[in-house]
Design a protein around this ligand. Structure first.
Ligand SMILES: NC(=O)c1ccc[n+]([C@@H]2O[C@H](COP(=O)([O-])OP(=O)(O)OC[C@H]3O[C@@H](n4cnc5c(N)ncnc54)[C@H](O)[C@@H]3O)[C@@H](O)[C@H]2O)c1
Length: 376
């Protein structure tokens, strides 16, 4: 199969869909990989690395799209890219169709086979291609929070780890899933006092078993949150209700309970946030004050550390890319239910219930579309 990787062109996006190591594995499996020149530079991978890995380098994105049977990307195609798509071309990327009707209609019209990283789902419910980005965001939340707690940045002037004779800072984490657990590990490693709140008692029991002694777990209620925010130095929003807007856990009037200079990093901002006063911000302009409380609302945190994020993403996507390249999308999906769940549309037909519901479209059973391949 011929696999194409264009350079990401969405503003502030420095990740790339394939590392040189990933490209080498695809080449060694007998596939051809073509990439747009400079596609890896934002993540620190020069064209020479890719050339050594057997990649054919092309001058324009247009050539990559025109040649490839399967396109690998990071972000959804944006308007300059839409005319390049063609019928039957497999596109593997984060699409988030339900949030973008015009993208959905453009991809349906083009007739592509759209496999969305965010809906690839293991039988146990895990989303293996979202997990690495949640891991990055959770770990980064503490790093960013620690920075904005510094006085010159507008924060409380608290060192999260404290020093001998001075209490460490308190980090309150709302949600003990992937983001929350990774944030807790980092905060605990710095020596802070960490409190994780969740509504899932099983999860709290698990975290209580595995976390170090400076991490405490608490059942999440509005009452308990109002108490906890009063002496928290850093508050991290890390909740998720799958398929829904993030639940509102901190209201505007709660800010008055906090000390001036308290920092809130609401990682859940991409789902609307769990803090009433949060709004999406960018890496260029990440923070703002409301009632003297610092708010950090960057909606694409992993984009700030593209080298780590690219490596983490490729580690997770590569097994799926190898299967798709080797078997073709129909056979690969027949053999792997997780990958099948990633198929959002095929030849102009929506195959993902969430996308169909978002725009009142008919949802076709992907199994029916795969039937023809079952005998192969
Ligand atoms: N900003 C970014 O760059 C970025 C990057 C990655 C993930 N995210 C977002 O981070 C959020 C968390 O992602 P995740 O992968 O950790 O999800 P997850 O499903 O692994 O964990 C979410 C946790 O929230 C808990 N929860 C739900 N309601 C709660 C409540 N009322 N109080 C306390 N806990 C509650 C759940 O029980 C679960 O344990 C999501 O909104 C995700 O989209 C943002």
């Amino acid at each position: 199969m011929l696999i194409g990787v264009p350079k990401e062109i969405k503003p502030d996006e420095y990740r790339v869909a394939l590392t040189p190591a990933g490209a080498e594995m695809l080449s060694q499996d007998g596939h051809n990989v073509v990439m747009e020149r400079g596609a890896g530079l934002g993540s620190g991978f020069t064209d020479d690395f890719y050339a050594e890995a057997g990649v054919g380098l092309l001058d324009t994105a247009e050539e990559v799209w025109a040649q490839a049977d399967m396109i690998m990307k990071v972000k959804e195609p944006i308007h300059q890219e839409l005319p390049h798509m063609r019928d039957g071309q497999v596109i593997l990327t984060y699409f988030h169709f339900a949030a973008d009707e015009s993208l959905t209609r453009a991809c349906l019209e083009a007739g592509v086979v759209a496999i969305a990283y965010e809906t690839v789902k293991l039988p146990n419910g895990e989303l293996p291609l979202l997990t690495p980005m949640s891991e990055v965001a959770g770990r980064m939340a503490v790093q960013e929070g620690a920075k904005y707690l510094e006085k010159p940045q507008g924060g409380l002037g608290v060192l999260l780890g404290g020093v001998p004779g001075v209490l460490p800072g308190k980090v309150l984490i709302l949600g003990g899933g992937v983001v929350g657990t990774n944030a807790a590990k980092m905060a605990a490693g710095l020596g802070s006092r960490v409190h994780i709140m969740d509504i899932n008692l099983e999860r709290l029991r698990y975290l209580d078993d595995v976390m170090p002694a400076n991490v405490q777990v608490l059942f999440s209620t509005r009452y308990a949150i109002r108490k906890q925010v009063q002496d928290a130095d850093l508050i991290i929003g890390a909740v998720l209700i799958p398929g829904a807007k993030a639940p509102r856990l901190i209201n505007r009037e709660d800010l008055a309970l906090m000390r001036p200079g308290t920092v809130i990093v609401d990682v859940a901002v991409d789902q609307g946030g769990c803090v009433e006063t949060i709004r999406p911000t960018t890496h260029q302009d990440p923070v703002y004050l409301v009632d003297e409380v610092m708010h950090y609302g960057v909606a694409n945190m992993p984009g700030g550390v593209p080298r780590t994020s690219t490596l983490a993403l490729t580690n997770s996507t590569l097994p799926y890319a190898l299967a798709l390249a080797e078997k073709g999308w129909e056979q690969a999906c027949l053999l792997d239910s997780a990958l099948k769940a990633g198929v959002n549309m095929v030849h102009g037909q929506v195959t993902c219930q969430g996308v169909a519901d978002a725009f009142g479209m008919e949802c076709h059973d992907v199994n029916d579309l795969l039937m023809g391949s079952a005998q192969v």
